[in-house]
Design a protein around this ligand. Structure first.
Ligand code: HEM
Length: 143
């Protein structure tokens, strides 16, 4: 019951965080095609002022709920080492934690991510994480 509850929270928070990245990359950035630089800056800020109040916290909830799910579902390491589920889940968790670390640094400590300034990098990671979240349940040893 608790697992289902936290799992649901995980999905909603990931939906809010990932949803914003999809909208930003697919649509908001396209505003540059029809607005001049000043108009684009203004329009973007009108949206970002609301985004900043919600999206970074959704990421923190995604990481916290993810850690709980991880602790419950990872299971014991068998005599043959990690199962394919454990390996893929670990990669997914690592990427999720990286996003979380990056987001928390940015929100709480004002440390802007070096190298990657646009949302394209987190967007790509979210696409990969979602794929891994589905493929981790496949049993690769049976192929
Ligand atoms: C922004 C980062 C993250 C995204 C986009 C994300 C996305 C997802 C998605 C889409 C699912 C599949 C839900 C389903 O099919 O029902 C999932 C499940 C899961 N996530 Fe995350 N996640 C993130 C962060 C994390 C972190 C940091 C951890 C652990 C440290 C984590 C642990 C898990 C676990 C254990 C599940 C399996 C839940 C289950 O099916 O029982 N996630 N995540």
């Amino acid at each position: 019951m608790l697992y289902t509850f936290i799992h649901t929270i995980h999905i909603y928070s990931v939906f809010i965080y990932g949803g914003f990245l999809f909208v930003d990359i697919l649509f908001l950035s396209k505003m540059q095609q029809s607005l001049n630089e000043n108009e684009y800056k203004k329009a973007r800020e009108a949206i970002m002022m609301h985004v900043r109040k919600v999206v970074p916290y959704a990421l923190m909830v995604a990481v916290a709920s993810g850690l709980f799910l991880f602790s419950q579902i990872f299971g014991k390491i068998g005599p043959n080492g990690f199962s394919s589920f454990q390996i893929v889940l670990s990669i997914k968790a690592f990427l999720g934690l990286w996003l979380g670390f990056r987001g928390i640094n940015q929100k709480l400590f004002g440390i802007n991510p070096w190298v990657f300034k646009s949302h394209f990098f987190p967007f790509t990671l979210v696409v990969i994480i979602i794929l891994l979240s589905q493929f981790m349940f496949l049993d690769f040893t049976s192929f």
